[in-house]
Design a protein around this ligand. Structure first.
Ligand code: SF4
Length: 362
């Protein structure tokens, strides 16, 4: 923990927070993209440290939260299909679909398996060739390489019973849409360090230039977040709008070239629906035609049904940074981590879960 503890040093945190408060002569609004950063902000009281002149808007950086209801309904339908084993990471099992979640599908007799790695699903396909094994692939660019590795492994082994239902998404198109909104109040952005550890920083250069906002690649420990904020504010004070890397111990400008190459070999960029943001051009990843046999959307198409969002849930507004979790009438009453109405209360990266866990009621 020594390496982690160094980035949680209370004295250093107070010193950086003091510099931030000194800089904040006028109110500023920044957005942190990633749900991991949101949890750090809530857990360590970073808003309170920075003072009332700073508003942090929580972005759409929780992949479980932005997965649209229609894809969850597709996964639930597959889980209920005889002969199919549906594999998913744990968070996704409890996210409500229109007609129940994957846990309910399992309770009703569906074959649902929780996996810790996409390669676990490949192993299940290898061990049980009589069953169709479908992996619910949920994540940002961070997890895309491991999903690509699973497809490449299945192809190498000639597995004919493995496919993935892709809900993989790319951050820059979503950020572009948020910054282009006429009522956008975001003056600076803390970009997600783990996404940039794979993709590098180049995709953010045109966004910073086009929207005239500083974008600082930021990590997840309290000192990382405070440094990201300070560097954003320094740019604003100097009238600059550049991409900076404040997570250099992990992120290189060109990212992880081998991981990017694997993703590019297996996946093509497609339009994808995001919960709360609608269909965003070029914001998703799906298997290329050469890997179509591993694409569950083609192998196991699902009759489109009318996806029904719970009326009380304002997840879309929260994911666009327009409202905060504690502005939701259901927060902490009808919607709790034990009985979630929406994905942001389920996921370990969800903003509603972070508020429920860390926010001290006023
Ligand atoms: S508190 Fe629950 S119902 Fe409200 S927005 Fe969050 S997930 Fe949806």
């Amino acid at each position: 923990m020594e390496y982690v503890d160094a980035f949680r040093d209370p004295a250093l945190a107070r010193a950086i927070a003091g510099r931030i408060r000194d800089r904040l002569k006028t109110p500023r609004t920044l957005m942190e993209i990633c749900g991991g950063q949101t949890h750090a902000i809530l857990r360590y009281g970073i808003e309170a440290l920075a003072g009332p002149a700073l508003t942090l808007v929580h972005g759409p950086g929780c992949p479980v939260c932005v997965t649209p209801l229609a894809l969850i309904d597709h996964a639930v339908a597959l889980a209920r299909t005889p002969g199919v084993t549906l594999c998913s990471f744990g968070d996704m099992l409890r996210v409500p679909g229109s007609n129940g979640d994957l846990h309910a599908a399992r309770a009703a007799g569906g074959a649902v398996r929780m996996v810790y790695s996409p390669l676990d699903a490949v192993r299940l396909a290898r061990e049980d060739p009589a069953r169709e094994v479908v992996l619910f692939a949920v994540g940002f660019e961070t997890t895309a390489p491991t999903h690509a590795a699973a497809v490449l492994a299945a192809a190498r082994e000639g597995l004919g019973n493995f496919s993935l239902l892709s809900a993989l998404v790319r951050v820059p198109p979503a950020l572009d849409q948020l910054l282009a909104a006429p009522d956008c109040r975001i003056e600076g952005v803390l970009a997600a360090g783990h996404v940039c550890s794979v993709m590098g920083t180049a995709e953010y250069l045109p966004l910073a230039a086009r929207h005239r906002v500083p974008i600082v690649v930021t990590g997840f420990e309290p000192l990382d977040v405070l440094c990201g904020i300070e560097r954003c504010l320094a740019q604003l004070d100097a009238g600059r709008a550049e991409v900076e890397n404040a997570y250099a111990r992990v992120v290189r400008d060109d990212g992880n070239v081998a991981a990017r190459d694997a993703v590019a070999a297996v996946f093509e960029v497609v339009d994808r629906e995001w919960r709360g943001l609608g269909v965003l051009p070029a914001s998703g990843l799906a298997p290329r035609p050469a890997y179509a046999r591993f694409d569950a959307a083609r192998r196991h198409p699902c009759a489109p049904a009318r996806a029904r969002e719970p009326q009380a849930c304002i997840a879309g507004e929260i994911l666009r940074g327009r409202r905060r979790p504690d502005e939701c009438a259901a927060f902490g009453t009808r919607c709790t981590p034990e009985h979630p109405l929406g994905a942001p209360m389920v996921s370990g990266e969800g903003a509603c879960a972070a508020y429920h866990r860390y926010r001290v009621p006023a």
